[in-house]
Design a protein around this ligand. Structure first.
Ligand code: UD1
Ligand code: CA
Length: 431
């Protein structure tokens, strides 16, 4: 098979010890999608096919996520986590015969834009041997610093722990994405040593090596928000807030009204139409589509829901995966739908659980209805309800006059002077 013009390698073998988690770092989610899922989407959007992903032994769940999101990716194992250069060498197999561009991405840097990746590829196609993605950090703590000469040419990248106080004051940092077009990339990687604070082989050392070989190294820059890395729960929360700010802006730009944007939480793939109105405190998990003129009222939670034109959901509604709310349909307060398709104009306005079912057009699910006779295959309201029928599942009311008094007398625990207990009266018409 011919080599793709650009080979992407995504490094994801680091365990992310600062996350304090049994879940590998790159599987932590932002906007309902794993960090590595975001990176794979960006690579695909930049037109980079068949990425190679480097994982650690035992990270089967990361491999599975990669294969789900990107079936043509190859997965490579880095046996020991001895640094980012060592990780890239784990993908030696895809680099050996590759003559074109190589773009290296980090699995914990989810917000890279496809346009920026294309700029990196453009720099390589324009004659650079190495392209480094730089950014000016508000707070450079933890990032590698770009050491430049007085004319702005980058000489080397220095990791925080190896930097002198003067170097630490530099705010131009390494975003973690690098591009290479060097026929002897593998040989250069082999020359990287471990003389640093962590005793690791740093990919970033390749910049100094390329310079000493007289190769051309360029810096492409981008905003900090694109290259923020997630190393801790704190940074995961920061990433989420950056993601949500973008998602809210995108929804409003598409014609959706958010009364309190900062209280509405979107997933990476939420689609909202024109003249959609979303009230405060609404959460969307993955797989939601809101067609035009949909209203989502306050405090609703939707995952995997297709809400068709002009439908209304909430307040306090929960829509679970596999559900469809038909055009103009209503799902009201304290109603839960699961894997249920409600056709056009159907209503379930109050206090209902509607699961694994098909609700016909204009049907009305009364208050307090639950679909619960699960037989292992289907759930039904006792029986299917034909169109235009009224289905009632109530036993007939029986009134036994004087029963309570006789009961008390029988038990002998009540005395004459205790007042009679009140009955329940239906409200009377006052007119
Ligand atoms: C790295 C860069 C730093 C840059 C920062 C940007 C190096 C040496 N440093 O630092 O210059 O400013 O990213 O976010 O590259 N990984 C492996 N195998 C390993 C080690 C790491 O696959 O042996 C993977 C990790 O899973 C992660 C990525 O490489 O996705 C980066 O590693 P990390 O340890 O997070 O590097 P930083 O210290 O953040
Ligand atoms: Ca990192």
């Amino acid at each position: 098979m011919p080599d793709p013009a650009c080979q992407a390698v995504i490094l994801a073998a680091g365990k992310g010890t600062r996350m304090i988690s049994t879940v590998p770092k790159v599987l932590h989610a932002v906007g309902g999608l794993s960090l590595i899922g975001h990176v794979l989407r960006a690579a695909a959007a930049a037109g980079i096919a068949r990425p190679a992903v480097v994982v650690a032994p035992g990270m089967e769940d990361v491999s599975a996520e990669v294969r789900t999101r990107c079936p043509d990716a190859s997965v490579h194992i880095q046996l020991d986590q001895r640094g980012t250069a060592d990780a890239l060498l784990a993908a030696r197999e895809v680099l050996t015969n590759h003559r074109g561009d190589v773009i290296v991405l980090y699995g914990d840097t989810p917000f890279i834009r496809p346009e920026t990746l294309q700029q990196m590829i453009g720099a390589l196609d324009g004659g650079a041997n190495v392209a480094v993605l730089g950014f000016v950090a508000d707070d450079p703590t933890g990032y590698g610093r770009l050491i430049c000469d007085e004319r702005g040419n980058v000489l080397a990248i220095r990791e925080e722990q190896d930097a002198s106080p003067r170097e630490r004051a530099i705010t131009l940092c390494n975003g973690g994405i690098m591009g290479f077009r060097c026929p002897d990339l593998l040989a250069m990687l082999g020359r990287i040593g471990t003389a640093n604070a962590k005793n690791e082989r740093y990919l970033t050392d390749i910049v100094g090596i390329a310079r000493s070989d007289g190769l051309k190294v360029v810096v492409v820059t981008c905003p900090e928000s694109e290259v923020m890395g997630v190393n801790s729960r704190q940074q995961l929360a920061t990433a989420e807030s950056i993601f949500q700010a973008r998602a809210r802006t995108r929804a409003m730009a598409a014609g959706t009204t958010l009364i309190a944007p900062e209280t509405v939480w979107f997933a990476y793939d939420t689609v909202t139409g024109r003249d959609v109105r979303i009230e405060p405190n609404v959460f969307f998990g993955p797989g939601c589509i809101l067609e035009d003129e949909v209203e989502i009222l306050a405090n609703s939670h939707l995952v995997g829901a297709h809400v068709r034109k002009g439908a209304r959901v909430g307040p306090f509604a929960r829509i679970r995966p596999g559900s469809e709310v038909g055009a103009g349909a209503h799902v009201g307060n304290f109603v839960e739908l699961k894997n249920t398709r409600m056709a056009q104009g159907a209503k379930a306005n109050h206090l209902a659980y509607v699961g694994d079912s098909r609700i016909g057009a204009d049907a009305n699910i009364g208050a307090g209805t639950i679909f619960c006779n699960y037989d292992g295959f289907n759930k039904q309201v006792t029986e299917n309800v034909p169109a235009d029928a009224l289905a009632l599942g109530r036993a007939e009311q029986q009134v036994r006059l004087g029963w309570a008094e006789r009961f008390r007398a029988r038990r002998g625990k009540r005395t004459q002077d205790q007042p009679a207990r009140g009955g329940i009266n239906k409200p009377r018409n006052t007119v």
